[in-house]
Ligand binder design. Sequence first.
Ligand SMILES: NC(=O)c1ccc[n+]([C@@H]2O[C@H](COP(=O)([O-])OP(=O)(O)OC[C@H]3O[C@@H](n4cnc5c(N)ncnc54)[C@H](O)[C@@H]3O)[C@@H](O)[C@H]2O)c1
Ligand SMILES: O=CCC[C@H](NC(=O)CCC(=O)O)C(=O)O
Length: 489
Amino acid sequence: MSSNVQFINDQWLAGEGKTFKSIDPARNEVVWSGESASEQQVDTAVMAARAAFPEWSHTSFEDRLAICKKFSELLEQNKERLARVMAAETGKPVWETRTEVGAMIGKVGISERAYQERTGTVENEMPGAKAFIRHKPHGVVAVYGPYNFPGHLPNGHIVPALIAGNTVVFKPSELTPHVAQVTVELWQEAGLPAGVLNLVQGEVETGKALSVHPQIDGLYFTGSSNTGHLLHKQFGGRPDKILALEMGGNNPLIVTNITDVDAAVHNIVQSAFITSGQRCTCARKLFIENTEMGGKVLDRLVEVTENILVDDYDADPQPFMGAMISAKAASQMVDAQNELVQLGGKPLVKLKQKDSNLGFVTPGIIDMSGVEHAPDEEYFGPMLKVYRFNDLDDAIAKANDTRYGLSAGILCDDEATYRHFFKHIRAGIVNWNKPITGASSAAPFGGIGASGNHRASAYYAADYCSYPVASVEADTQSLPETLAPGLKF
Ligand SMILES: NC(=O)c1ccc[n+]([C@@H]2O[C@H](COP(=O)([O-])OP(=O)(O)OC[C@H]3O[C@@H](n4cnc5c(N)ncnc54)[C@H](O)[C@@H]3O)[C@@H](O)[C@H]2O)c1
Ligand SMILES: O=CCC[C@H](NC(=O)CCC(=O)O)C(=O)O
């Protein structure tokens, strides 16, 4: 593998900072190694994006879009290769990384529609003039990505940013540099002009160097609530810079009054354990009614969870869950479970790390009913906290008792109960009888509270990729028929 891992002004360069590595968490093997970008290289990347901005922003929308479409064709041609790079770097099964590449491909068409619909041009007649609403790109934007969707989520910022005419400096997660490198190689092949998209690889220091750079006009971040809050503080007092934060959640799912137990259990499993629980939308708190039906759901959930296949990303048959991102992340989940047990939680299915050198954990369920003061934390892995309840309004109040507000759902047979839930729950994604993961790119995606800063992504990413300009235009000037009092002509 080449040591040229930074992409700055159309050139692949070796980093000038310290070495970092990416590890296959299913095998404990190094899959990528490189040097991080120095502060000087981050500066060069930002200045390259700055220099490229005037021409790129004045390139026609059709020409910018054509390059994005070429990128999506290249993704299609390289789908299997990229899916396998993703699997080796994240531990996610290849069936799942193939869907991630699919989402990256779909993003271009969706972003094209969103750009036209949400930030297109509007023309209105007015006496002696026309009123226009148009949009302009911000300039140079920094894009930060998380490790759990190393392709799809940064892509959800990069594609709409480029379509709108911004230039980009991309800082991927230090845990998934290989995916970033392959993705940017495809952008280069698609024909992006020099400086329009730059890649700076590295750990937190690289992220800091980029976020404090005076020449960025905006920062689009997907990652942990902790980092998002630090960035928000850092951007305090800077109304001139646009900041979009997509962060974590401590997401509730309620089960009440259902007849199809297996269908409910399937929705719970898809909500809690997909991607080994490493989705921001994953259900973390399950509220189950204290009834015979509730007991049946819980028993069946325990049975199905105990039989979930956890295995290598390329195992045949394919597992439902692969390894977590790292052995460290897996052992942190074991620690989190121990902490909840200390507080009084009772494991119904114990989460176990199979090998301390690898990222594999089996999914866990812990009964937290009656436990007061459990931390309002996002444990980013396959562990589901269960709360039995007697009163639905009480369950909804507990579901809302979080500083986050990303996703929420209810499984129930009658619509009135759902409507009641919808009215009272506070979250950016609210689902009924469907998993609370698997959000659509064709809808806005974002949360409230500690989950975001009211700049939803996915379909609404177009909104933070440009600013509106209102114009009143007339091709000639004329005196008004009636003059304002006190004026003489
Ligand atoms: N709401 C969403 O759309 C969404 C989607 C996916 C993941 N997430 C969340 O992301 C988290 C998992 O991702 P992660 O662990 O990679 O997130 P993270 O916050 O650790 O890292 C995200 C990016 O920020 C950089 N970074 C870290 N500290 C920084 C600092 N002080 N200054 C500047 N940059 C810094 C990292 O290098 C990385 O590129 C989970 O909390 C999950 O819920 C949210
Ligand atoms: O881990 C967080 C994202 C999870 C994922 N959400 C999306 O894919 C949103 C759609 C988009 O950004 O295009 C999910 O809900 O599973």
